[in-house]
Ligand binder design. Structure first.
Ligand SMILES: [Zn+2]
Length: 218
């Protein structure tokens, strides 16, 4: 189904059946003020190899984790907007680059889920910051499977060369990668390598949440 149509239908349903918070289940808002306030920030995350900087909003736990699960696994596309707005509110202005580039899903995974959660986040961030979203240039040229089952070193090997820039125009000089959850940063590093190979000079990343390796990846 067309993305905008799906979003419109979800909004119409929300009008008839008022929202429940994806973090705590309370009625009234899709991601309530209490859950936003309870989200613990991550300060000074060291950038993964290949990135100039990374900004991570919250720890991947509690209401944040439940909200990301609602977005990705219950396919609650509207959750992307509230999470993107909360992320943007915590960052203020976006001084990080020229255009937003979501980490792509493999086409098979995209077909399963119906949308790319990182592209949804990027779309809403771009609207707030008046930046372009380049959602089709960076492609995942092979399926890297379920990274969550792999160790750090295996993840790096698994994603090396998995991405490429395939567009008639080069990527932005200062690219902003957008992803939902940061674990080892191996995926972001591989994306950054593809962007640099195609001409980007600076690559930073914005992610919603920081997961630990101990099996708590979505
Ligand atoms: Zn809540």
């Amino acid at each position: 189904m067309d993305g905008l149509l799906a979003e419109w239908i979800e909004r119409a349903l929300a009008f008839v059946f008022p929202d429940r918070c994806v973090g705590c289940g309370s009625a009234g808002a899709l991601f309530c003020a209490a859950c936003r306030a309870a989200a613990r920030p991550v300060a000074d995350e060291a950038p993964p190899a290949g990135l100039d900087a990374i900004v991570v909003a919250w720890r991947y736990e509690g209401s944040v984790r439940r909200a990301v699960h609602a977005l990705k696994y219950q396919r609650r596309r509207r959750v992307a907007r509230v999470l993107a707005n909360a992320l943007a509110a915590s960052l203020g202005e976006c001084p990080y680059g020229d255009a937003l580039i979501p980490v792509p899903l493999h086409p098979e995974r995209l077909a399963e889920r119906g949308f790319n959660q990182s592209a949804e986040l990027a779309r809403h961030l771009a609207r707030r910051w008046s930046l372009p979203v380049l959602a089709n240039g960076l492609i995942r040229q092979r399926d890297t499977g379920h990274q969550a089952r792999l160790r750090r070193r295996e993840r790096q090997t698994n994603v090396a060369g998995a991405f490429a820039w395939r567009a008639p125009t080069p990527p932005p000089a200062r690219a902003i990668l957008v992803d939902d959850v940061l674990t080892t940063g191996a995926t972001l590093g591989a994306c950054a390598a593809a962007l640099r190979a195609a001409g980007s000079r600076q690559v930073v990343a914005l992610t919603l949440a920081r997961a630990l390796m101990s099996g708590d990846h979505p």
